[in-house]
Design a binder for this molecule. Structure first.
Ligand code: NAD
Length: 542
């Protein structure tokens, strides 16, 4: 830092707008939606200052209206990935040396651009490309990404403030260097905020990034790049390439300068990447940082003392918002026999009232799932549940992909707590319920703990404090984000740092100081003012 100990503006959560009838934001987002819907996008690779159109393209179709084409995105070849790496390393020469307050200013500006002039473009692109309702878009592509950008700046300064003691005659300082090389960010389709955060959090700490967004998030990915450019992220600091994920990843992982991966997506993909990094370990100049937030099989368990209406509401919201495509979405639920009839009535009533359709109709709570692969997978599990003797469909169970990939919110009742849909991540609007005998509460808590390979989010409901404490203890390792009397979704940056362990990830807590620590390599500098001139110590005297 140059000439002052600068304080950054205090980070506060971006207010979430309501979009209620009559509000200006409602009108604005609908206008922007229409405009973008009728635009033909042509999304290039962003490498340094270049926008590269390779001519090899794939089409972009809204999941809720898949016959409509919103345009195309260009696919990288190996040489483009190599170019992105070289460009990033070249940009690193200046970026890694730039004072922290300059980097902070760039990303604070990005947040203000999203909060202001880009808000509805971000939201509309997310609504069209990822089929989010306006509220789900607003909490993601407006609020959460602003929070990531602003809180990370504050966390960076807190980290930089952590300095060692110095004894007489010397001064110890720690400087938080960026990693030596480049960071590879791979992002999922389901959160525009995650897509923006994974490359930018590393870049904020002085790193350069090669970013591979999901094929199913291309519209909002392009808007993010526009924002980064306008905010002043220098050319080459964040480079966006898309195409065959395996080819891109293999090319990146062969580079000796690969310094870390910032990944969010499914567990199997991450485990394979980890294995590839292991196989290439002798290639790298440094030990790469491996950060991955992955799948989940998130639970709700209710004690017999819990409130049935509250539990039913947590299931409806926790399992079905954004069509159950949140990594934190409740997908297995354990209810006591005594409360099941009442909870069932509330739940069926709620689910039957859910309106499904295009996100352009703001009265809809629910839209389409992301792509045909996901639709087919969900349909096959629903069909299986219809046939299996140890499962029954309580409500929902229909699907139709003639216009969009619509799957009804579906509740399955399983007789066996290890029924497939109690164990596997489906990533869609299907929740499975197991009803336990009231006197088997503790036994059921152990089943919750042992059922799944994942440990991302989980929620318990209890009106009894001792039982809440017992559940908190028994489920200590079952979730990285644990909720008492609340749904397991809706983590807010700066309030509920997010991430899970076991098969759910490295638990580096996106949107916290812990995450930023992975993108730095501290250097200790000890300076002695009057160096010794005699090698002998006093104890050596005769
Ligand atoms: P996905 O695994 O299909 O894709 C994630 C990313 O990996 C995409 O960019 C994709 O192109 C890329 N990819 C796919 N195959 C690859 C390969 N062979 N090599 C390298 N990269 C590859 O996941 P998705 O459908 O986009 O997202 C849903 C998944 O993400 C779910 O499992 C969900 O639980 C998880 N998720 C986890 C968190 C979390 O914080 N734990 C947050 C969001 C999503």
């Amino acid at each position: 830092m140059g000439k002052g100990f600068f304080h950054v503006p205090k980070a506060v959560n971006e207010p979430v707008k309501t979009y209620a009838p009559g509000t200006p934001e409602r009108e604005e987002v609908l206008l922007t939606y229409k405009e973008l819907y009728n635009t033909k996008f042509d999304v290039p690779l962003y490498i340094g200052s270049e926008e590269i159109r390779t001519g090899k393209t794939a089409s972009i179709n809204p999941p809720h209206d898949h016959k409509h084409e919103c345009g195309v995105y260009h696919l990288a070849e190996k040489k483009h990935v190599e170019q992105a790496i070289e460009t990033a390393l070249e940009a690193r020469k200046k970026w890694a040396k730039l004072e922290w307050e300059q980097r902070a200013a760039v990303f604070l500006k990005a947040a203000d651009l999203i909060s202001g002039p880009y808000r509805q473009k971000m939201n509309a692109a997310t609504m069209i490309g990822q089929s989010k309702t306006i509220f789900q878009a607003e909490i993601d592509s407006a609020a959460e990404i602003c929070d990531f950008l602003r809180f990370n700046v504050e966390y960076m300064t807190e980290l930089y403030n952590e300095q060692p003691n110095s004894s007489d005659g010397c001064w110890n300082r720690v400087e938080y260097r960026p990693l030596e090389g480049f960071v590879y960010a791979i992002t999922p389709f389901n959160f525009t905020a995650i897509a923006g955060n994974l490359p930018s959090s590393a870049a904020l700490m002085g790193n350069v990034a090669v970013w591979k967004p999901s094929d199913s998030q291309m519209l909002s990915a392009q808007v993010l790049m526009e924002v980064f450019k306008e905010a002043g992220v220098p050319d080459g600091v964040i480079n966006m390439v898309m195409g065959d994920p395996e080819m891109i990843t293999d090319t990146v992982l062969k580079s000796p300068d690969f310094a870390g991966i910032h990944y969010t997506g499914s567990t199997a993909v991450f485990k394979n990447i980890w294995a590839k990094i292991g196989n290439n370990i002798h290639t790298y100049k440094s030990y790469p940082r491996i950060v991955g937030e992955t799948g989940g099989k998130d639970f709700i368990i209710a004690h017999p003392t819990s409130n049935p209406k509250q539990v039913a509401t947590a299931i409806t919201r926790g399992a079905f918002e954004f069509q159950g495509q949140k990594c934190s979405a409740a997908s297995r639920v354990y209810l006591p026999k005594s409360l099941w009839p009442e909870i069932k009535d509330f739940l069926v009533e709620d689910v039957q009232s859910i309106k499904m359709g295009s996100p352009e109709d703001l009265t809809n709570f629910f839209t389409a799932v992301i792509h045909e692969r996901s639709f087919d997978k969900l349909a096959s599990y629903i069909d299986k549940a219809k046939k299996d003797d140890d499962a029954e469909i309580v409500v929902g169970g229909n699907y139709d992909k003639s216009v969009g990939y619509f799957v009804e919110p579906t509740v399955i009742l399983a007789k066996d707590p290890h029924y497939t849909t109690m164990e596997e991540e489906l990533f869609g609007p299907v929740v499975t319920i197991y009803v336990y005998e009231d006197d088997k509460w503790e036994e059921t808590l152990h089943i919750v703990d042992n059922t799944s390979e994942y440990a991302l989010t989980g929620a318990i409901f209890s009106g009894d404090r001792y039982e809440a404490a017992k559940a908190t203890d028994i489920l200590q390792n079952a979730a990285g984000n644990f909720y008492i009397n609340d749904k397991p979704t809706g983590a807010v940056v700066g309030q509920q740092p997010f991430g899970g362990a076991r098969g759910s990830g490295t638990n580096d807590k996106a949107g916290s100081k812990l995450n930023l620590m992975r993108w730095i390599s501290p250097r200790l500098i000890k300076e002695t003012f009057v160096p010794a001139t005699d090698y002998k110590y006093p104890f050596m005297k005769e």
